[in-house]
Write a protein that binds this ligand. Structure first.
Ligand code: ADP
Ligand code: MG
Length: 459
């Protein structure tokens, strides 16, 4: 094993001393991989788990390129929450001790804007903030980003989840085009790739702690009686306990029946089929992606174009009649270098189709009996429930308005509120399942953006 000391990097002797005083003797893996790129001034997309030392990676980069004599914002760090902004600012201040008088200012919601304006007027070198408040300052022209050299997007995946990404794009546009952009994210889902790549120029990509070097899909085939198809599906879900799963049926009727069956069994299952109108479809997809539903039962047609990153399991409740469709279904798991599992049920009348799938795979299917019921755990419920608010972009609602109202007058904690999706007409907010029902009567009566909004819990 090699150890990486900071002393090989082009850092000042005072910074090396400072790091030693902080107890940072060797670089963490993400620091070792990203710091050479960052210090060179190149754009970077870094994927690493929390707790891996990302802050010091970009913090040392920011400070390296900073001119302490110029009292204007030269670096901007955008974070998803106030707490994370404070944590980042604290770490930056510790790192900045080596560089003399460096002012790090946080601009986040929850605090009043006036003292922030005063601090900005006094000058600051580094700004750390949340998208909503940063945009407010930009709109009031109390924040000037024209001298920013380094733009950091921290926990980008969470900002996407919270619906902040359009705001982030707007903030990036307020920075000079010629700048260094660093993006940090625990995951790098396909849904943000395109947006993200507009923000960076020829980025280097680093990733640490990859479990699998390439896509791995485990396929298992189970021999069943046609009459036990739905029970078998529930049994396999209880046996493997996937965090979420996409279950394929060949007809709309089977989708509806299976999702009802799984719901009765205690899963947070929903059906998606071709007869649904756009709003119902949106309702279902949002609930699946914000962790309010963990089992989506779909037909091939309905699943077409579905963009669900990192799906841990696909179940073929009924085998696809065309082996290529089978391959498509299976390919929905194990994306983006994650491992996936594909389970297929096979009744006697499906043996012909199964043989064609085996041909396509180039190996025998090795039909297995179902796991024994004693081996199975309890049905898993999704951790969240979705609050539907009958007001969206047209009513000028923004994620921060909803988050503010729910955690303010609504009395919820930040942790009890999950992903927020806002469409033109409606908004979806994931709430912790443990509190959603008891909190609902109170939530119904709070003002959001000065007005009571009609809402309901989806399930
Ligand atoms: P992340 O942003 O990746 O979640 P942080 O930047 O918050 O991680 O760092 C996690 C913890 O590791 C912090 O307590 C930080 O002080 C510590 N840390 C970071 N880099 C080093 C290092 N090189 N050596 C020792 N501790 C470190
Ligand atoms: Mg961090």
């Amino acid at each position: 094993m090699t150890t990486h000391t900071f002393s090989h990097l082009p850092l000042s002797p005072t910074q090396l001393d400072n790091l030693a005083n902080m107890g940072y003797l060797t670089m963490t893996p993400i620091q070792a991989q990203s710091l050479p790129v960052i210090l060179e001034g190149r754009d970077l997309i870094a994927q690493a788990k929390t707790g891996s030392g990302k802050t010091a990676a970009f913090g040392l980069g920011i400070l390296h390129h900073l001119d302490p004599a110029r009292w204007v914002p030269q670096a901007l760090v955008v974070c998803p929450t106030r707490e994370l902004s404070e944590q980042v600012a604290t770490e930056l201040r510790r790192l900045a001790r080596a560089d003399g008088n460096i002012k790090v200012l946080t601009l986040t919601g929850g605090a009043s804007a006036r003292p922030q304006n005063e601090s900005l007027a006094h000058g600051a070198h580094v700004i750390v903030g949340t998208p909503g408040r940063l945009l407010d300052h930009l709109a009031r022209q109390t924040l000037d980003l024209s001298a920013v050299r380094t733009l950091v997007l921290d926990e980008a995946d969470r900002m996407v989840d919270m619906g902040f990404f359009p705001d982030v794009m707007e903030i990036a546009r307020a920075c000079p085009d010629r700048r260094q952009t660093l993006l940090f994210s625990a995951t790098y889902p396909g849904s943000i790739r395109e947006d993200v790549e507009h923000l960076l120029t020829n980025p280097e990509f680093v990733k640490v702690d990859a479990v699998h070097s390439e896509t791995q899909i485990e396929q298992h085939f189970y021999e069943i009686d046609a009459a036990e198809r739905f029970n078998a599906t529930a049994l396999l879900l209880r046996h493997f306990q996937p965090e979420s799963a996409l279950a394929f049926c060949n007809t709309k009727a089977a989708c509806a029946e299976l999702s009802a069956h799984l719901k009765r069994a205690g899963f947070s299952a929903l059906a998606l089929h071709g007869d649904m109108d756009q709003r119902d479809r949106d309702d279902v997809l949002v609930q699946f992606s914000n962790h309010s539903s963990n089992i989506l039962v779909a037909t091939d047609v309905a699943a077409r174009g579905l963009d669900i990153p990192s799906l841990p399991m696909v179940i073929n409740v009924e085998l696809a009649r065309d082996p290529q469709v089978h391959t498509h279904r299976v390919g929905r798991t194990g994306r983006m270098q994650e491992s996936g599992m594909a389970l297929s049920l096979c009744a006697p009348d499906e043996h012909y189709v199964a043989s064609r799938i085996a041909q396509q795979l180039g190996r025998p299917l090795d039909l297995k009996p179902l796991p024994r019921p004693q081996s199975a755990g309890r049905p898993t419920q999704a951790p969240m429930v979705t609050l539907l608010v009958l007001g969206g972009k047209k009513a000028k609602l923004r994620p921060a308005d909803l988050l503010g109202a729910l955690t303010g007058d609504g009395g919820l904690t930040r942790e009890q509120v999950g992903k927020i999706n806002i469409t033109d007409q409606v908004s979806y907010v994931a709430l912790s399942r443990a509190v959603a029902r008891s909190a609902f009567p109170r939530l119904e009566n709070i003002p959001i953006k000065g007005k009571k909004q009609r809402m309901k819990l989806l399930s």
